[in-house]
Design a protein around this ligand. Structure first.
Ligand code: GSH
Length: 216
């Protein structure tokens, strides 16, 4: 049985905490799984010994028999590969990987700052200087993504897959800036297309629900 380590009691968790990526992949693939819930507010890293499942004490993490994995991107790719729905050769793997890395390495670092400066860092000194710079970078990333999509529905081979789970959940970090999406309608439509999938609805319904969701 696959066990996902996910959080509950995590303020603002729905759609934002990265365990959504793993729940979404599992729902897309139709795999059975259970969720091991961390009460984020109660314990934090010390109380729940999160480093036993993930070296950096972060969620999500996953166990599949003897296989333990951390990092949402690595977990999503593993799930697709292990289900026989991953890339079939090195060329296809490169096509998928480049978009997964782009989501997590090129787009996420900018958009997570949009989120932070709008919530946790709202009153932090220097916002009036830093935030416009962040928005400018975010705008550039979305413009580039829009060009790269070039009218396609999905990022790789025009078929929904791991890169879309990662990219669309990364885009969610900028949801507090609707103007960004208004300026890039192809990106907005891409995000909505991904979020309209039934597997996303099932995943978002479970995310952050805590132990009561296991009983349901
Ligand atoms: N790069 C990691 C980031 C994981 C991460 O930062 N997780 C956050 C939740 S979205 C977390 O565990 N935060 C709790 C904490 O740092 O105490 C991934 O994609 O899995």
């Amino acid at each position: 049985m696959i066990t996902v380590y996910a959080a509950y009691n995590f303020p603002g968790a729905k759609g934002i905490v990265r365990d959504i990526r793993v729940l979404w992949a599992l729902e897309e693939l139709g795999l059975p799984y259970e969720i091991s819930w961390f009460d984020y507010m109660k314990g934090g890293p010390a109380a729940m010994d999160r480093r036993a499942v993930s070296p950096f004490g972060k969620i999500p993490a996953l166990e599949d028999g003897a296989q333990r994995i951390f990092e949402s991107g690595a977990i999503v790719l593993y799930l697709y590969d292990n289900a026989g729905k991953g890339a079939q050769d090195a060329h296809a793997r490169a096509d998928v990987n480049q978009w997964c890395f782009a989501a997590l390495n090129t787009v996420e670092p900018v958009l997570i700052e949009v989120l932070r400066w709008n919530y946790r860092w709202r009153d932090r000194p220097g916002r009036e200087v830093r935030y416009p710079e962040i928005l400018e970078m975010a705008d550039e990333r979305l413009a580039d993504l829009s060009r790269a999509l070039g009218g396609k529905d999905y990022l790789v081979g025009n078929t929904f897959g791991p890169a879309d789970i990662l990219m669309s959940t990364v885009l969610d970090f900028a949801q507090s800036e609707p103007d960004l999406f208004a300026r890039h309608p192809a990106v907005a439509a891409y995000r909505e297309r991904c979020r309209a999938r039934p597997a996303y609805a099932r995943a978002i319904a479970k995310q952050g629900e805590g132990p009561k969701a296991n009983a349901a």
